[in-house]
Design a protein. Structure first.
Length: 123
């Protein structure tokens, strides 16, 4: 075995080792993504059940109908200027004069929490 063969064998072993390390890293990332997706699905299921429970209570105790629900849903959908089934929230004015995303915990300029009029903006 000459020097070139030794070098090639070294390179082959190194490449295989790098490949195993990358495959391990990809596998870990896939597990992490799968865990996050499963957590989001579970949270969404709980949110749908909670919403359904609140709706059934309103229907049973306050006499609300599907028409009431659909009318309110359309009203909320249109608050951002578009009836598109999405709830876009424009930034709010901070006391310091900056515009702050409603989902932000604090203003990036002054550190104060944004003032929101709607509790659902925190979600
Ligand atoms: Zn501010």
């Amino acid at each position: 075995m000459d020097l070139i063969d030794v070098y090639q064998q070294h390179q082959i072993r190194k490449t295989r080792s790098d490949q195993r390390a990358l495959e391990s890293q990809v596998g870990h990332q896939r597990r992490s993504d799968r865990d996050r997706d499963e957590d989001l699905r579970e949270r969404l299921d709980r949110l749908v059940m909670l919403t359904e429970a609140m709706w059934e209570l309103l229907r049973e105790t306050a006499g609300m109908t599907e028409d009431h629900l659909l009318h309110k849903l359309a009203e909320i959908d249109g608050r951002d200027g578009a009836h598109d089934g999405l709830r876009r929230r424009p930034p709010v004015d901070c006391g310091c004069g900056a515009k702050v995303a409603v989902s932000a915990k604090v203003c990036a300029f002054c550190g104060e929490p944004p003032v929101t009029a709607n509790t659902f903006d925190w979600v």
